[in-house]
Design a protein around this ligand. Structure first.
Ligand SMILES: Cc1cc2nc3c(=O)[nH]c(=O)nc-3n(C[C@H](O)[C@H](O)[C@H](O)COP(=O)(O)OP(=O)(O)OC[C@H]3O[C@@H](n4cnc5c(N)ncnc54)[C@H](O)[C@@H]3O)c2cc1C
Length: 530
């Protein structure tokens, strides 16, 4: 029987990052992947010949610089592309753009409101402060109150001291950002409804919250993780897309002596004396493992895929209660040229950061209400990434890719499933919304595909199609992620760990959950040897 010190189930970004770190620590590592490629939600497909699109995820995100340095990703050929802040288009043809240059950003806001232009520096400063708090915690295992070790208690004391030492203003801001609704928070800075809608829209994508919901303001600071020079935050993604990042991580795993096996679906885990000791593949082969790390979501890891015996009382219920919700559909378009957005100036640089077509806050709130009642969105919020604007390698010369994340799409409808007719209607709604601003849009289409949450669930294996493998709501973050008492990537089964985005810090940073899980495993192996 083949054996590895660590068997990793799944070659998504987190599985690969965990594998790279574990292999770097000297463990023999085997990654078993059910498909024929690496990347999971970060993989790319060829939609039509020459057009490379991420079928499921990723327009942009935060890749921690610490991981770029640790794995020397630049030397392995990874280049990060910095993009401007994006554009929102409104029904009457007006638009708001975000610029990373603070002066250009203020000039843009002054077109709509001088008061809003004046408020921008205060807003940017406050957002960066909140983003800094989050960034500091991304590559650390959450301090779980269930852990009573001396070092954990010491860390909690020092965290309490930090809070006690905050200025009243900083403390007030902190509570404000974590409790208010998006609309209420943005209303404390800005008066223009278009500016408020423009800033709110990207924060809502992937989240089961509406713009008026308490705590939705907490969705804003993660958008600032890539940093800002006083203007809008940078939007970043790897050149060649997240597929390029997956390939580089795969090379690093192999260079460190790790192995990746494709078309190898794990169907069960073997246990001996309540310890995970082997994985079983679909063809019946068993691979013996010193430890097993799952890059699958928390429900797949514990409820639906494997036949666990001996889970402690209440654990399965905790996992079942994790909120995982289908909230987005993905539509990809391959275009033979950039459509003509008649109300946007030619070559508008902010477009490289993407395009939001979602209308006013009232439209977003209505789409959210429709979703809550399981109705198809009459007028969804469209978050359109156009990666080909500054990465032409993703399409043939002159061609472009529109990767449209369609927000507020329920997993199932009040009266049944997403029938072919319902899917066609959603596709046409999206085309009509884009064509309203770019009348030649449909003529430019040479390929298209639609995935509703049930398709994302089937293809990517995300329970209910939840894009973050567990909603990033306050009750499911930090030491509550994935479930209380298990935020250190461990599980009730000895030698079985979870490293997917279901664990801290979820979808906030690429590869961070995998890196943290590996760190915990390395630490616990050292502890055992002492
Ligand atoms: C529409 C959409 C848009 C998104 N946009 C963004 C974005 O812009 N920025 C961002 O940062 N995040 C985004 N995300 C989230 C992002 O895709 C996920 O957070 C990320 O891909 C999770 O990575 P992972 O390694 O944890 O899991 P996965 O990528 O799911 O990897 C799991 C791997 O396990 C494999 N596998 C599954 N079952 C088995 C089995 N039984 N045996 C063996 N292998 C198995 C899978 O094939 C897969 O390769 C988006 C998601 C969606 C759906």
């Amino acid at each position: 029987m083949e054996r590895a010190d660590a068997v990793i189930i799944g070659a998504g970004l987190n599985g690969l990052t965990a594998a790279a770190r574990l292999a770097g620590a000297g463990l023999s590592v085997l990654v078993v992947e059910r498909t024929d490629h690496v990347g999971g939600g970060a993989a790319h497909n060829e939609l039509v010949p020459g057009y490379s699109v991420p079928p499921i995820g990723f327009s942009h995100g935060y890749l921690p610089p610490e991981l770029i340095r640790e794995f020397d990703l630049g030397r392995h050929g990874l280049q990060m592309v910095r993009r401007e802040g994006g554009v929102s288009l409104f029904d009457d043809g007006s638009y708001v753009a975000s610029y990373t240059n603070p002066h250009v950003m203020q000039r843009e806001l002054a077109r709509l409101s001088h008061r809003d232009a004046d408020a921008w520096p205060r807003f940017a400063r406050d957002m960066q402060r909140q983003a800094n708090y989050i960034r500091e915690n991304l590559l650390q295992t959450p301090n779980d109150p269930a852990v009573r070790s001396l070092s954990a208690v010491r860390t909690r004391f020092s965290q309490a001291q930090q809070v006690a030492g905050m200025t009243p203003d900083a403390l007030y801001d902190l509570t404000k950002f974590w409790s208010l609704s998006l609309v209420d928070l943005l209303g404390q800075y800005f008066e223009s409804p278009e500016v408020i809608a423009h800033l709110a829209a990207p924060a809502l994508v992937g989240r089961a919250l509406g713009p008026h919901d308490p705590t939705s303001a907490a969705l804003l600071p993660p958008l600032w993780l890539n940093g800002s020079e006083g203007g809008a935050p940078w939007r970043m993604s790897p050149k060649g897309g997240t597929a390029a990042l997956s390939r580089v991580l795969c090379d690093i795993v192999k260079a460190r002596g790790g192995e990746i096996r494709f078309d190898a679906e794990v169907t069960d885990i073997k246990m001996t004396n309540k310890k995970a000791t082997a994985v079983v593949l679909a063809d019946g082969e068993e691979i013996s493992a010193g430890l097993v790390v799952s890059d699958l979501d928390i429900k797949r890891s514990f409820l639906s895929l494997f036949q666990w015996a001996g889970l402690p009382d209440g654990f399965a219920e905790e996992v079942a209660n994790v909120q995982m919700e289908g909230i987005v559909a993905r539509i990809n378009f391959a275009l033979d040229a950039l459509p003509d957005f008649v109300n946007l100036p030619d070559g508008l640089p902010a477009l490289s950061g993407g395009l939001n077509i979602g209308g006013a806050i009232a439209h977003m709130a209505r789409a959210y209400d429709d979703w809550s009642e399981h109705y198809p969105p009459g007028r969804p919020l469209l978050d359109i990434a156009i990666p080909t604007l500054d990465d032409p390698s993703l399409a043939p010369p002159g061609g472009h890719v529109f990767a449209v994340t369609v927000q507020y799409v329920p997993h199932e409808l009040h009266d049944g499933v997403w029938s072919p007719a319902r899917r066609d209607a959603l596709m046409q709604t999206v085309k009509d919304m884009i064509s309203h601003h770019a009348p030649d849009f449909e003529d430019r289409i040479v390929g298209e595909e639609l995935r509703v949450p049930a398709d994302i669930e089937d293809e990517a294996g995300y329970t209910r199609g939840d894009p973050f493998l567990g909603q990033m709501s306050l009750d499911q973050m930090f030491f509550n992620r994935p479930v209380p008492g298990y935020s250190a990537y461990q599980s009730p089964i000895s030698n079985f760990y979870v490293c997917s985005a279901s664990t801290h810090p979820g979808g906030l940073a690429m590869g961070a959950a995998g890196a943290n899980a590996a760190q915990e495993i390395i630490g616990s192996l050292k502890g055992r040897r002492k």
